[in-house]
Design a protein around this ligand. Sequence first.
Ligand SMILES: [Zn+2]
Length: 245
Amino acid sequence: MLDVELDVLAIGAHPDDVELAAGGTLSLLCDQGYAVGALDLTRGELGSRGTVELRREEARAAAKAMGLAHREQLGLPDGNILPSKENRIRLIQVLRRLRPRIVMTHPERCRHPDHEHTAQLVIQACFYSGLRMIDTRQDPWRPQHVVHFEEVLPFSPTLIVDVTSMWAQRIQALEAYASQFYNPAYKSDEPETFVSNRGFFEWIEARAKVHGHAIGVAFGEAFQLCGPLSTGDLMQTLQAEKAFR
Ligand SMILES: [Zn+2]
């Protein structure tokens, strides 16, 4: 069991969620030398395509494509990710062990109920993890920021990350999920899903182009901060070197 400090921990309901929403940003952070990990709350056992074992292998390959330092599954029941006390404690134990400075997770409004429940659970666990009277025989730890990535329902981003240099890696991470996303090499008679058709893949690219256009680059990924940014250096924070446009 890994017991090191991560810079960033991306928490998703199912294997494939974090790379689907933020694969370019996670790849970029790894490329920049940060220690980045992923936590999948479930094994995705309710998925219409693939098996738990196959999805675990796919998640491993995707983690390698992005350059993640760590990935693990918490094993909560798929379809029943309640923000309960028991689940909060299990997540707090992971947060206190991995000690991420930034946590990324689903937005508060999502198409998939598991994703909304994950957002609630993560926000609560990140707060309670900082309370020393919640005893897990670990030191308390509260991440500095919780950041929401964007999903199918669009939101107004508070920041957009330029992921142009990581686009090939981002696609490679998604292609690792042959059972989940469009991949002509995956032969099966399983039903097509919302995300397994070619059009969904094209939409991923189109949306990244829209966000990229907003900041003057080819591809971007959108995020919302949960809480204000603090800075003692406004110019550094707002990228003083960025050209006028
Ligand atoms: Zn999911």
